[in-house]
Design a protein around this ligand. Structure first.
Ligand code: NI
Length: 493
């Protein structure tokens, strides 16, 4: 299986991959029409047709174009990203290459559905949307969503000129009856229309302007966006942002409203920096909640073993065992299914959730492009205080535990260490420090702040205000301002 997100060089790379596959003895290759396959659709196709594996051409939410990014991802037969032992072996082989095989022949007509041959290999160009749309229709109550949309409910989906455009048009406009134009920026472009296809409040600014229209009644009821390769999602209500950690918790609590999940959940998994809102739902449901390192492969192992049904991460990724990737449109459809059944606004659903479970007020502060040495010393300074922290009080926050998060995979026994510094407080609040990217542009320190708030009277507070005390504690523990000379984060999510 081969396909990509449509970015610059997608089609050229596919021709090379097909020639190399033919020359190396593959019997058959599936290609998305026009070279298009979103990451979750590729995972769906690998699983549905039982292919040996698949190549996905994408650089996720990074800009495309002649000067933009390009990436090749290998997924294995379960539909998920290749585990490290395979990618390490591929990298080692690449260092020892002395030659490679490639077939001659004319280019495959990527826009023509059907079968052709390349050397001894059959190439089948498949509809990139149909298999995925059928899978979605098997999971969600399309009749209920159609009825919701028919009742005057208005939605806006921003495909950001990336891969989800054709999927969203087929599913939202054609199968679910949303009016033409409900999908904006729906044509995939090699340079994403010069945009940055990352579904957050900064880059999805056109959608944000629509959803936060000055005249609130003019804003649609529901807004959503996905990223370059279709695996991330952002959910908005009218003048309302759903934090990805809350989104996972709301989906989990309402999962049985969707036919594909009517039998309930086997368990939930979240990445360590994701808020513990989902843990509270798992507790209520009496199912396990796994806290894993950042990276989708950890979820894949749990899903293959049947231990979890839903998973999510704070960085706008949500998914389930229907594929082995996070899935942007799936999350959008899950929300529409919930809204169709409950007939409340997005904001009301989230507020009712907080009333029942309490609110894990959450924010991520990124300090980008720090000198690598400064970032490393900051992390070391935090770790250096760990022995003295448990039991210490900061205002009304009392430290319960602190550690450098490590994880032993319950399925394959592999150990992941150095996954981030956790400082947990007695009331369930947390501060997490993580260091990433120590490349030429310096290092990024991410601080994840989470304050548990049980009192409904305080649930409407602005997150940054509610987190003010924890932000001060994070600075005290890390000497962040003094060490970096920064008085505010580069990015607040
Ligand atoms: Ni992505």
């Amino acid at each position: 299986m081969v396909g990509g997100d449509g970015r610059f060089y997608n089609r050229e790379a596919i021709q090379v991959i097909l020639r190399m596959a033919a020359a190396n003895g593959f019997g058959k290759a599936l290609v998305g029409q026009g070279g298009i396959l979103s990451t979750p659709a590729a995972s769906c196709v690998i699983r549905k047709y039982g292919t040996f594996g698949g190549l996905i051409l994408s650089a996720s939410h990074n800009p495309g174009g002649p000067d933009g990014d390009f990436g090749i991802k290998y997924n294995i037969g379960n539909g998920g990203p290749a585990p490290e032992k395979i990618t390490d072996a591929i990298f080692a082989a690449s260092r020892a290459l002395t030659s490679y095989r490639i077939a001659d022949g004319t280019d495959v007509a990527l826009d023509q559905l059907g079968v052709c041959t390349l050397g001894q290999m059959r190439v089948e160009v498949i509809d990139p949307v149909a298999d995925y749309a059928d899978l979605m229709e098997s999971l969600f109550d399309f009749a209920a969503i159609r009825a919701l949309i028919g009742s005057g409910f208005r939605l806006c989906f921003d495909a950001m000129h990336a891969v989800t455009g054709p999927y969203a048009k087929e599913i939202l406009e054609r199968r679910l009856g949303a009016p033409a134009g409900a999908v904006i920026n729906g044509v995939p472009l090699p340079d994403f229309g010069n945009g940055h296809p990352d579904p957050n409040l900064t880059y999805a600014d056109q959608l944000v302007a629509i959803m936060y229209h000055a005249d609130k009644s003019a804003a649609p009821d529901f807004g959503a966006a996905s990223d370059g390769d279709g695996d991330r999602n952002m959910i908005l209500g009218r003048h309302f942002f759903v934090n990805p950690s809350d989104s996972l918790a709301v989906i989990a609590d309402n999962a049985t409203l969707a036919p594909g999940y009517a039998k309930g959940l086997a368990g939930i998994a979240r990445s360590m920096p994701t808020s513990a809102a989902a843990d509270r739902v798992a507790h209520k449901l009496g199912v396990p909640c796994y806290e894993t390192p950042t990276g989708w492969k950890f979820f894949g192992n749990l899903m293959d073993a049947g231990k979890v049904t839903l998973c999510g991460e704070e960085s706008f990724g949500t998914g389930s065992s229907h594929v082995r990737e996070k899935d942007g449109l799936w999350a959008v459809l899950f929300w529409l299914n919930i809204l169709a059944k409950r007939r409340l606004s997005v904001e009301e659903i989230v507020h009712r959730h907080w009333s029942e479970f309490g609110r894990n007020v959450y924010s991520r502060h990124d300090y980008e492009a720090l000198p690598s040495a400064v970032a490393a010393e900051l992390m070391a300074h935090v770790t250096g205080q760990f022995a003295a922290l448990p039991g210490r009080s900061f205002g009304h926050y009392r430290v319960k535990f602190c550690d450098d998060f490590s994880y032993t995979d319950p399925i394959d026994g592999s150990l992941a260490t150095g996954q981030g510094l956790r400082i947990g407080f007695e009331d369930g609040s947390r501060i997490v420090f993580r260091l990433s990217g120590t490349g030429t542009e310096g290092a990024t320190v991410r601080i994840y702040l989470e304050a548990f708030e049980a009192d409904p009277a305080r649930h409407r507070m602005d997150a940054q205000d509610a987190l003010g005390e924890l932000i001060g504690i994070a600075d005290e523990l890390s000497q962040l301002k003094q060490r970096t000379g920064r008085d505010k984060p580069t990015v607040i999510t």
